[in-house]
Design a protein around this ligand. Structure first.
Ligand SMILES: [Fe+2]
Ligand SMILES: [Fe+2]
Length: 239
């Protein structure tokens, strides 16, 4: 296995490791590194992938300069290596919504995490990330996304998850592959809040969707989010 690095928007790096046997055609685990005066990492990767991911981060910037460790929700692929990162980056802190801190992270983190209010912005110095609570979307009570305002990059985590080891940025529509993966994994906690939450993200008018599993895209982002919301709405109605 090796970790591929691509700059998918100005100062936004995608670190991607494909695990061949995790799904037919392979399955990528992607982290996103925001280069700024105070750098931020979105997703840490699983604990066992730490040697690969830390080596990839170090190819972009010094590991010890990491200031913020963020992720969508509390699962191994999102945050399994957070304590390993806290150990090598003495200035770094985990930042998450209040629910995630209260339910899990106050206990799990080796240094106290910082809780963020819905809509709170962190100024990274040259980049600005807005924390947005998305409870239960796509899954987990503490779910959240981050929106980087200067590039319009939405770190949308497991939304649009799809299999295969495609390009870092694709111009192909992500809806069909995402629905195929959803049919296989059934990962979404489908409820009455799923579609409205995704529509709220579309209203941000993102210019890039940074996808955790699969290719990211800079094409028709808001439209794709609305189509995804439509699909979940139809799924819920069909129950
Ligand atoms: Fe997840
Ligand atoms: Fe994930």
């Amino acid at each position: 296995m090796k970790t591929q690095i691509d700059e998918i928007a100005d100062g936004i790096y995608r670190l991607s490791t494909c695990v061949a046997d995790a799904a037919p055609g392979g399955f990528t685990f992607n982290q996103f590194l925001v280069r700024a005066e105070r750098p931020l990492l979105f997703h840490t990767g699983p604990r066992r992938m730490f040697p690969l991911v830390s080596e990839a981060i170090a190819r972009v910037l010094p590991l010890a300069s990491l200031r913020y460790i963020a992720f969508g929700h509390v699962e191994a692929d999102e945050c399994g290596a957070m304590n390993e990162l806290l150990a090598v980056a003495p200035e770094a802190e985990v930042v998450h919504g209040g629910t995630g801190c209260m339910v899990s992270l106050n206990d799990l983190c080796d240094r106290p995490p910082r809780g963020l209010a819905d809509g709170e912005v962190i100024d990274l110095g040259g980049k600005r990330v807005r924390h947005i609570d998305t409870p239960h979307v796509p899954h987990n009570w503490e779910a959240r996304v981050l929106f980087e305002e200067t590039t319009g990059t939405l770190f949308c985590g497991d939304l649009f998850t799809h299999t295969g080891d495609g390009p870092a940025l694709t111009t192909s529509d992500l809806l069909e592959p995402a629905l195929a993966a959803e049919a296989m994994f059934q990962a979404t906690a489908l409820s009455s809040v799923t579609a409205p939450t995704i529509r709220r993200l579309a209203a941000l008018a993102p210019r890039t969707l940074a996808v955790m599993h699969g290719s990211s895209t800079a094409t028709r982002c808001a439209e794709s989010l609305n189509h995804l919301a439509d699909a979940y709405e139809a799924k819920l109605a069909a129950r």
